[in-house]
Design a protein around this ligand. Sequence first.
Ligand code: IMP
Ligand code: MG
Length: 191
Amino acid sequence: MSTESSANSLSEFGNPNLEIFYSEDAIRERIREMGRQISADYRGMDLVLVGVLKGSCIFLADLMREIDLPLTIDFMSVSSYKDGTTSSGDVEILKDLSNPIRDKDVLVVEDIVDTGLTLTRLLELLGSRGARSIKLASFLDKPEPRINKDLEIHYVGFTVPNKFVVGYGLDAAGRYRNLPFVGVVKDPSKA
Ligand code: IMP
Ligand code: MG
């Protein structure tokens, strides 16, 4: 095997440069609880889960299988972080919803709320479309860097310290979304 192909086949899940923050088991247990709560709260309502791409994809896939109610899903894609790890403050709509949300009970599903700027802009936009209710579920809440202190997150998986976390959908420059756990990159200068 050439040097290049063996480097490409190194295990990502066992990457020694990652420190595990939330294990696969802890995440599964927490999402089960969130699903139970959401199922109780939305009984008899017209629930639409709106996933914010790409980061929420794994959370949405797991959470929806813990919500035992009739529901539909839709997706939006907004960009706030380009390839870096700090907020640009800019939010651009890259992909809008496929279906109207008029009279629907919308639950926006996000990977992490950091400054809150992305969600503030997104909720403003969705708020003008006649939904019956709009709430927010975020897998992670990182309250320390919050700029919009009024942003209410109705369902939170875990509250994290002010560190850049990866895995379970969250990336650093596109990488690590596939990790089944949440971790911190110990030395970002190492690949
Ligand atoms: P906000 O607008 O600052 O709240 O940023 C929200 C978006 O930034 C999230 O949806 C993520 O895509 C990204 N982000 C914020 N913090 C982290 C992190 O610790 N790891 C990975 N992505 C993050
Ligand atoms: Mg995101």
